[in-house]
Design a protein around this ligand. Structure first.
Ligand code: FEO
Ligand code: CA
Ligand code: CA
Length: 669
């Protein structure tokens, strides 16, 4: 119904800009609006088997377009990147960074589609895609693997080729690009007025309670109100008012010289505690930017790291508008930011903190969403309450407010002098409130059809089978299982379904249950009752698919990461990491209600050593956009494990693909 209604409005009275905003709103109205969706349909495709092929594998009748690849030029002012030249050192050349700053960025992750065309079919839109990080050892000859390589090697390599830093910064951030479906195929539009790059050097506004706070000030920005760049951007979201949210995640990998900083006698110990809580201790960071750019040197700019780890808001249709870091949503290793309008008109944003033993968060806006005036919502995310979740063993739970209060517990006596410090140290605040330590919560999203929230815990190899105190990072914690994270050594991950009390997304209490516990039902034990998911009893050989019993019909899955929903409310899951059978990562789908609830089947398999992310449908559900991130990541330039997507002996590159039916129609049905 929503699309027909919007279509008639379009013909009646809206100008183009309003048409765009209405089309955007059509996919983000409160969850009940999907109920009569014209594109809802039952899943009906031939599930594929897990694969180790270096290609995109799809069910019969499906095909995909490679829409845009790392290095494709967004503007005709720069050339496309030629990956054949990379082993000869092309990205070490003086022009590489300037070119990259107008080319599609590296390691694409979160995708959101903002439809431009009127009508019920999706044929033209703007894609916002974030570019999480770089695989330096597949970019620069002579560089060893970023992680686990010795600091001396990184330092020497960066000092030999300092232009790497500007090149890599240009490859990070966010890419905004116009896309079209022409003669059934998707491609991107070079030189579109919407095309835009945000890199690790782009100026970004800081707003919300931490704006201008002492800890946000640096030599380059004594006001603490503007920061250079974004990096480590992982999943994201889209707001009901048509903007894109990007989540800064693994920022600890970009800062160095902590030993030098921590050795000083003249420093604020609460700053030290804040950095240590984030496991910041590198001498030389894995990327090595700190070797030549002193803003990443903790001993020179101890506050710079406080300016990262936020949610960033981008207006995709207004390229001149600076992006904004929204500090009210807290600072942690953000994965996803999924808004939904609550029944009372406030906006709830669901978020995960993707590290072992970290938390699930929700922000609830102070003000109400204004559907009639999208621009009135521009700063809606600057005022509200941030909560962290506590999951109780009886299937209930509570959202705990991260609010400074002189009477405690979040007060100066406990290390929080004001609300800015509560938000900058959100993890420590959630520790104090007794939030539940999860198995790396990645995507957290409401199902737009039912309003239920899905929390994806990707895995946690460090959780122990028995409850015992131990060290993780600088914390002494219980490393063992709990009700919401029942498996000790959780190799395959699990998904939790959360129902807000009274279906009110601004509520502070909820109920929850495990929907799915990953693994390999055919080569292990399939559990069929929630009562079997007792903490400490569930093992790595066991799996659970919402009570489904037919082993032969279920696909094995590990490391669920990002999710998406089609208009029928089916849960689409993409993976990043270990899979049963050592298969490649892929895309899976299951219904969330009815007899087939939890009947998970594999829909797609990715190229070798790639993770799959993005996972967003066009409003007409005829296209599923996925990010194929870091194909070939486990290999080296001299011995590549993937040549996707260009084939032959090419260097692999991350790309956005569009999956569609060969004959057209709703994907999955
Ligand atoms: Fe960048 Fe949590 O995946
Ligand atoms: Ca992710
Ligand atoms: Ca991940």
């Amino acid at each position: 119904m929503a699309h027909d209604y919007i279509g008639s409005l379009i013909e009646q009275r809206l100008n183009r800009r309003e048409v765009l905003q209405s089309a955007l709103l059509a996919t983000t109205l409160p969850f009940t609006s999907w109920a009569a969706s014209p594109v809802a349909g039952k899943l009906n495709f031939s599930a594929i088997a897990g694969s180790t092929d270096d290609r995109v594998v799809l069910p019969p009748g499906y095909t995909h377009d490679v829409v845009i690849r790392w290095g494709d030029a967004l503007s005709s002012r720069v050339p496309d990147m030629h990956t054949a030249d990379i082993p000869r050192g092309s990205l070490l050349q003086p022009d590489a960074a300037r070119h990259q700053s107008q080319q599609f960025g590296s390691n694409c992750d979160a995708i959101h589609f903002f439809q431009l065309n009127a009508g019920s079919r999706s044929t033209q839109g703007v894609l916002c895609v974030n570019n999480e990080y770089t695989n330096d050892w597949l970019m620069y000859p002579g560089r060893k693997q970023v992680f686990g390589s010795d600091p001396q090697h990184v330092r020497e390599h960066i000092l030999k080729y300092p232009s790497i830093v500007s090149m890599s910064k240009a490859a990070h951030g966010i890419s905004v690009v116009e896309v079209h479906k022409r003669r059934a195929q998707w491609s991107y539009q070079k030189d579109s007025k919407y095309n835009r790059r945000i890199t690790a050097d782009t100026l970004i506004e800081i707003k919300g309670p931490a704006r201008g706070y002492t800890w946000m000030k640096t030599h380059a920005d004594p006001s603490g109100t503007r920061v250079q760049g974004a990096f480590g951007n992982c999943a994201g979201g889209r707001t009901p008012w048509g903007t894109y949210l990007s989540a800064e995640e693994n920022i600890q990998d970009y800062f160095g010289n902590f030993a030098g900083f921590y050795a000083r006698k003249d420093i604020d110990l609460s700053v030290v505690a804040a950095h240590q809580r984030w496991r910041m201790w590198s001498d030389v960071s894995p990327y090595g930017w700190d070797v030549v750019d002193k803003r990443f040197d903790a001993n020179v700019e101890p506050n710079e790291a406080f300016r990262f780890g936020w949610i960033i808001e981008v207006d995709p249709l207004n390229p001149a508008k600076p992006p904004v870091k929204r500090t009210a949503l807290g600072r942690f290793a953000h994965e996803a930011a999924s808004p939904i309008v609550a029944a009372n008109g406030k906006v709830a944003v669901y978020m995960g903190d993707d590290d072992k033993f970290e938390y699930v968060y929700k922000f609830v806006s102070a003000r109400h969403f204004d559907a009639k005036q999208p621009h009135a919502n521009a700063d809606l995310l600057d005022e509200g309450i941030l909560y962290a979740a506590r999951f109780d063993a009886d299937g209930r739970g509570e959202w705990l407010p991260l609010v400074y209060n002189p009477d405690g517990p979040l007060n100066a006596a406990n290390g929080f002098r004001n609300q800015a410090e509560v938000l900058i140290k959100a993890r420590a605040a959630a520790d104090l409130l007794g939030a539940t330590m999860m198995d790396r919560p990645e995507d957290v999203e409401p199902n737009p059809l039912t309003g239920k929230i899905y929390i994806v815990c990707t895995r946690n190899e460090s959780r122990t089978d028995v409850n015992q105190q131990g060290n993780y990072g600088h914390r002494r914690i219980d490393l063992g299982p709990n009700a919401a994270n029942p498996r000790g050594r959780n190799l395959w991950g699990h998904i939790i379904e959360l129902s807000e009390n009274d279906d009110d997304h601004s509520a502070v209490k909820f109920t929850w249950e495990v929907l799915l516990m990953g693994g390999d039902p055919a080569n292990g034990q399939l559990l069929t009752e929630t009562a079997q998911l007792k903490p400490g009893e569930a093992t790595v050989q066991q799996s659970y698919y919402a009570g489904q019993k037919a082993v032969a019909q279920l696909s094995a899955i590990g490391s669920p990461d990002n999710i998406g929903f089609d208009a029928a409310g089916n849960l689409w899951i993409v993976t990043d990491g270990s899979q049963p059978g050592n298969h490649n990562n892929g895309c899976f789908v299951c219904p969330t209600s009815g007899e087939q609830r939890g009947l998970l089947r594999q829909f797609m398999s990715a190229p070798v050593d790639a993770e799959v992310c993005g996972c967003v449908f066009t409003p007409d559900n005829e296209t599923l956009f996925l990010s194929i991130q870091h194909p070939g990541e486990g290999s080296t330039l001299s011995s590549l494990s993937s040549h996707w997507p260009d084939g032959g002996s090419s260097v692999p590159r991350s790309s956005v693909i569009a999956i569609r039916k060969e004959e057209g129609g709703v994907v999955g049905t």
